[in-house]
Design a protein around this ligand. Structure first.
Ligand code: TA6
Length: 304
């Protein structure tokens, strides 16, 4: 089906007059564009990946690389990639895609709504597809619910439609925009054990709030329900609150890894930090036959 036909079908069924429409972006990627009195946002249908979110009178909250590539089946650098049904490299097969296949697959829009509060809700689903069987033979449905306003709420819901219990790891791999990484502190992860992916997966604890002046790649485990990204440059803090998430990843590639990645843009690492909420390693989730699991995050912007 042509991009024009796809957009016309989506707009007929799901557009919200004056708030939400579907357009073609770079590489003819289908994008949902939200423009309301509360915020502006962009969501790519590939991966159900939120690419931008800017509440009214705020600096952008979600970071997207200037060098992001829009190639079908390839991950877009930035936004909020959905890592599912595994986080990171797949143990046991290096040919399997890093962070799973959800973020590079085409999702279906299954619902849109203007809520009473003026927020815009989108519901997207990744149905079970034959092409995924090589990676994941289980009968599962994945739904992402996104509620956009002056705050952002996302729920990643896995429904086990198969006859056996499944185990998966997952994360909402959120790239946050910061004024300058040197002006950032991340609090409420102090004294929590983390896996240091840069030091042979050793488990460590740090007493002080996180400051970043080099590559960092930590998986905090058994986390508290919220942490805070304090940005003195923007004079704001971003409160990250989660439900049914036991792992928080803090990542910045810094200089060398950025050049290896090749799509972080000129000095992109100075303007972003990833704080990712999920269920990783020993906190992978087990979902019984006919059961479901919902991982939720909630982002609020507060003055500092
Ligand atoms: O978020 C932490 C991490 O697992 C890092 O190790 C780094 O690989 C990052 O994700 C980005 O992964 P990607 O596959 O998107 O390049």
């Amino acid at each position: 089906m042509s991009i024009e036909k796809i957009l016309s079908k989506l707009n007929n069924e799901f557009a919200i007059q004056g708030r939400l429409k579907f357009v073609a972006g770079s590489g003819d990627f289908v994008l949902a564009k939200v423009n309301s009195e509360q915020c502006q946002a962009t969501i790519a249908i590939q991966g159900a990946q939120l690419l931008s979110w800017m509440p009214k009178d705020q600096q952008p909250v979600i970071w997207l690389s200037d060098d992001a590539k829009y190639i079908e089946g390839k991950a877009i650098r930035g936004g909020i990639p959905v890592c599912w049904p595994w986080f990171g490299a797949y143990t046991g097969n290096n040919d399997f895609p890093s962070h799973g296949f959800a973020r590079t697959s085409l999702w279906n829009v299954i619902g849109t709504d203007k809520l009473g509060s003026g927020e815009v809700m989108l519901r997207l689903s990744l149905p079970h597809k034959e092409e995924h069987r090589q990676y994941w033979s289980h009968l599962t449905e994945l739904e992402l619910q996104i509620v956009l306003g002056s705050e952002l709420r996302m729920s990643l819901i896995t429904r086990n439609r198969g006859n056996e219990s499944i185990t998966l790891s997952q994360a909402l791999h959120t790239y946050f925009t910061v004024s300058d990484i040197s002006k950032v502190q991340i609090t409420n992860l102090e004294q929590i054990e983390f896996i240091d992916a840069l030091d042979d997966w050793q488990r460590k604890v740090e007493a002080a709030p996180i400051k970043i002046n080099a590559e960092i790649d930590r998986i905090y485990q058994n986390t508290r329900p919220s942490c805070v990204i304090k940005d003195s440059g923007f004079q704001r803090q971003i409160k990250v609150t989660t439900e049914r998430s036991a792992s928080t990843v803090v990542w910045n590639p810094w200089i060398d890894k950025s050049s290896r990645l090749g799509d972080m843009g000129e000095n992109g690492y100075l303007k972003m930090v990833c704080v990712e909420s999920g269920n990783i390693a020993e906190h992978s989730v087990q979902i019984g036959s006919g059961e479901e699991h919902s991982l939720s995050v909630y982002y609020q912007i507060e003055p500092m």
